[in-house]
Write a protein that binds this ligand. Structure first.
Ligand SMILES: [Zn+2]
Length: 165
């Protein structure tokens, strides 16, 4: 597979998803896609088909809350613990969150899909992405003595240390 083939495939995917996205958030959405595109492009061919991070599907809940409807799918796609992502979103948006009976993330305040994308992008960069090969197939293990997290990449086996927020 050459680089050209990868580009074409991504183009198709991009079009498909953008149609379901609100027009107003297109600008920010593009940067999110740009990042995904870069991540996909740098990943070994085998993994590209596996890591597809869904666009945050956001719904207002009353006038003061926002539901992140596909929270579970996003967590699965990022391959991270729900609680970790919930905590991260909570601290980045400086709000309170909970998970409802349908496993939607309920956030106090009104947020757009683009805002969640920004937070998720930052989460991925900090907690998931391998800095050496940009794979998202990594594992994070907490060292109980130091409270530091050791990330190991399942693709290139590079390791790095993450200091807790
Ligand atoms: Zn790696």
């Amino acid at each position: 597979m050459s680089d050209d083939d990868i580009d074409l495939e991504l183009h198709k995917k991009k079009k498909k998803i953008i149609r379901t996205t609100q027009e107003s958030s297109n600008d920010t959405t593009m940067t999110y896609y740009e990042m995904l595109k870069r991540l996909y492009a740098m990943m070994p061919e085998k993994q590209q088909s596996k890591v597809i991070i869904p666009v945050p599907n956001v719904e207002p809940m009353g006038s003061k809350r926002t539901l992140l409807v596909n929270f579970v799918n996003i967590c699965k796609a990022i391959n991270s613990d729900k609680l970790d992502i919930q905590k991260y979103i909570q601290s980045e948006l400086k709000t309170e969150t909970s998970i409802n009976i349908k496993s939607h993330l309920v956030c106090r305040g009104r947020y757009t899909s683009a805002m969640f994308q920004t937070v998720l992008r930052s989460y991925i960069k900090t907690w998931v992405e391998c800095q050496a090969c940009h794979s998202l197939h990594t594992s994070c293990i907490r060292d109980r003595n130091t409270s530091l997290y050791i990330m190991e990449c399942n693709s290139c086996h590079a390791t790095r240390t993450i200091t807790k927020m």
